[in-house]
Design a protein around this ligand. Structure first.
Ligand code: PGA
Length: 249
């Protein structure tokens, strides 16, 4: 059985007040014990979040990391630093990083390796643009992004990666993939993983992302190959995020 995971990606949003509100809401409300819940705030809030989440089941994630360990990389943060601040998960290859900051598959791979080297669990984000979907290239694009990374990993590392399928056209648009659309792609990702190792494919944790909210989460999470969600907009409100976590339980 794959344990469900809900991750809230705050992107460049949030405040110390929001960190506090999450700490309070999630210690009072009892999250289902069967679900892992991760909050991914911007870097400056990590330490405050670590303290605020101390008595909650919430785990901490970061939005990116630099592939290097340390050195002359102004503005960057390394995996070792994140680990020191209690971070357990880190996003790599989010479509906003790929599009706005021109991260390519090779850079995504380097970041993912740095995450593994620092003992962090990488959440590898993949997904097609609307143009690519309309051109019937969804599977090709997604499997290229997944394959570039997975084909270069040793088995021991492959088991540690979580993959988030996030169709770019569904991110922040309010336009969610239908459960069938998401399931089709995610089954394809799992089948690809099975080409390396069937048992490993069974363990692979797959998250859906793209306008997941309190209303559509249950239906998406009911799909056989969807093991959780990567939630953006709806992760900024304690009630909505809580409801999504409940749907995964
Ligand atoms: P969204 O973002 O839920 O606001 O669409 C998801 C994501 O980018 O991870």
């Amino acid at each position: 059985m794959r344990r469900p995971l809900i991750a809230g990606n705050w992107k460049m949003n949030g405040s110390t007040a929001l960190v506090k509100a999450f700490g309070e809401a999630f210690s009072a409300a009892k999250l289902p014990a069967s679900v892992d819940v991760v909050v991914i705030p911007p870097f400056p809030y990590l330490e405050a979040a670590r303290q605020a989440f101390n008595d909650t089941p919430l785990k901490l994630g970061a939005q990116t990391l630099n592939p290097q360990h340390s050195g002359a990389h102004t503005g960057e943060v390394s995996g070792g630093m994140l680990q020191e601040f209690g971070v357990e998960y880190v996003l790599v290859g989010h479509s906003e990083r790929r599009q706005l900051y021109r991260e390519n598959d090779e850079q995504v791979f380097d970041r993912l390796m740095a995450a593994l080297a620092s003992g962090l669990t990488p959440i590898l984000c993949v997904g097609e643009t609307l143009e690519e979907r309309d051109a019937d290239r969804t599977m090709e694009v997604v499997l290229r992004q997944v394959g570039y990374v997975m084909a270069r990993l040793e088995t021991a590392h492959r088991t540690k990666v979580i993959i988030a399928y996030e169709p770019v056209w569904a991110i922040g648009t309010g336009r969610t993939a239908t459960p069938e659309q998401a399931q089709e792609v995610m089954a394809g990702i799992r089948a690809y993983q099975a080409s390396f190792d069937i048992a490993l494919a069974e363990q692979l944790k797959l998250l859906y992302g793209g306008s997941m909210n309190a209303n559509n989460a249950a239906e998406l999470l009911a799909q056989p190959d969807i093991d959780g969600g990567l939630v953006g907009g709806a992760s900024l409100k304690t009630d909505d995020f809580y409801a999504i976590c409940q749907s995964a339980g």
